[in-house]
Ligand binder design. Structure first.
Ligand code: IFM
Length: 447
């Protein structure tokens, strides 16, 4: 048995659009994901988050399951259009009331809330004014943060500003796979959206400092270790270029107040409009960095690939993949954590997401046995522990996800939960991985 520190935070994570449902309930406004998922051809089978796990109505039961699991913390996100149906202006009290009830239930159950403010459900009304391409969205985000933190800051002491900005920007403004579905090959939109997201992050940190001085504040970045496909110099350089854009872009901006010079040079005209003072705002000090880790990437130089990165992602044959077709590579967690810590020395790190999709089925006994997920979670916790023993300050670990949910453009076809959800009946069935994690949490140790 390898023990964890007494105050180690074990948690589970989920996000508003992926689980809440109740899309038209309690005065919630339309989000870009409502619009996108209702557009034919955008999601698997045209599935939407209209109902999802109906967590909006079933949250008490879900908190009970978390309490039985024994976790100390629940990372959820707040749906901006529930609070400000048009993104700014009128505040919807019923939306705040929902999170009030949820937070009270969590605290009653001894579970600390960690609220993420932006997990992708931008109010549609703001997208109509340009969304993240519009600099003012960063100010609206700060205002929304003000409203939410004034109401909930007496009980929520851990906040995350934005989740996975690279996904918002790359999938939302370059590949078009996510809302709002833009496909700008020049990458200008992607870089502009990223800059405004980061600006929103910095402004939100400042608001949170004012409203909840005793809170811990950070952002959630999805990180990939990126390895070259071969030892050839051009593959090594391609891997570094991709690493620079996937990881350094954020960590450098947040910790040094500068985007990587190499990135700015490469992107040339497709760089954002950085105004005086922006980088100071973006690098407002935080208390922790949330890192989401799932897999590694292997990169090769490809002169035909989109400029300026010119990178092709290659796959290792004959190794283990998840139902997302993501390689299982626990050592990558160790490698990337070590590198980020060495380069930026964040005060505290939390693994804000880690988990895997499996094609789970309910067996004849009504159980869900998911050995691949059990093994995935255990191997990643081992890798994290090894990194901690080498001196990297990881303070918490959150399984993605509490329960199966709406996996964005994949709809409900990918199951990431440690609790199975029968979407017809809304019945929850804790999987084998739930009981494995329960033991790890209870023992505060892994064997
Ligand atoms: O479901 C997503 C989550 O919303 C953000 N991080 C990755 C998860 C799995 O794809």
């Amino acid at each position: 048995m390898k023990q964890f520190p007494k105050d180690f935070i074990w948690g589970v994570a989920a996000s508003s659009y992926q689980i809440e449902g109740a899309a038209d309930v309690g005065g919630r406004g339309e989000s870009i994901w409502d619009r996108f998922s209702h557009t034919p051809g955008k999601t698997f089978n045209g599935e939407t988050g209209d109902v999802a796990c109906d967590h909006y109505h079933l949250y008490e039961n879900d908190v009970k399951l978390m309490a039985e699991l024994g976790v100390k913390s629940y990372r959820f996100s707040i749906a901006w259009p529930r609070i400000l149906p048009r993104g700014r202006g009128r505040v919807n009290e019923a939306g705040l009331d929902f999170y009030d009830r949820l937070v009270d239930k969590l605290i009653e159950a001894g579970i600390d809330p960690l609220a993420t403010l932006y997990h992708w459900d931008l109010p549609q009304a703001l997208d109509d004014e340009g969304g993240w391409l519009n600099r003012e969205t960063a100010d609206h985000f700060a205002h929304y943060t003000d409203v939410v933190s004034k109401r909930l800051g007496d009980r929520i002491k851990m906040w995350g500003t934005i989740n996975e900005p690279i996904c918002v920007a790359m999938l939302g403004y370059f590949t078009g796979m996510h809302a709002p579905g833009h496909q700008d090959e020049t990458m200008q939109e992607m870089n502009t959206a990223l800059h405004h997201l980061l600006l929103g992050h910095g402004k939100a940190v400042r608001v949170l400092r004012q409203n909840v001085p005793d809170a811990k504040v950070g952002a959630m970045i999805n990180i990939y270790p990126i390895y070259p496909a071969t030892e050839a110099e051009e593959d090594k350089a391609a891997a570094e270029r991709f690493y620079m854009y996937h990881n350094h872009w954020f960590t450098a901006a947040m910790y040094t107040g500068e985007y990587p010079a190499e990135g700015l040079r490469l992107f040339g005209r497709a760089t954002p409009d950085i105004q005086d003072g922006d980088m100071d705002i973006i690098s407002t000090p935080t208390d922790y960095i949330g890192l989401n880790y799932y897999s590694r990437l292997i990169a090769a130089y490809d002169p035909e690939a989109n400029k300026p990165l010119q990178v092709k992602i290659v796959k290792e044959p004959d190794v283990e993949y998840t139902a997302m077709d993501w390689e299982v590579f626990p050592d990558g967690l160790h490698d990337v954590l070590t590198r980020i810590y060495k380069e930026y020395k964040p005060k505290e790190i939390i693994i804000a997401e880690n988990g895997c999709a499996v094609n789970d089925v309910v067996n004849e006994d009504g159980k869900v046995i998911d050995p691949q997920r059990v093994s995935y979670i255990k191997r990643h916790i081992h890798a994290m522990q090894k990194t901690m023993q080498e001196g990297v300050p990881v303070k918490g670990y959150y399984v993605w996800s509490l329960m199966d949910n709406f996996e964005w453009s994949y709809g409900f076809s990918k199951r990431f939960g440690i609790i199975y959800v029968d979407y017809e009946t809304q019945k929850r069935i804790p999987k084998e991985s739930y009981y494995t994690y329960q033991k790890i949490v209870k023992n505060n140790a892994i064997n």
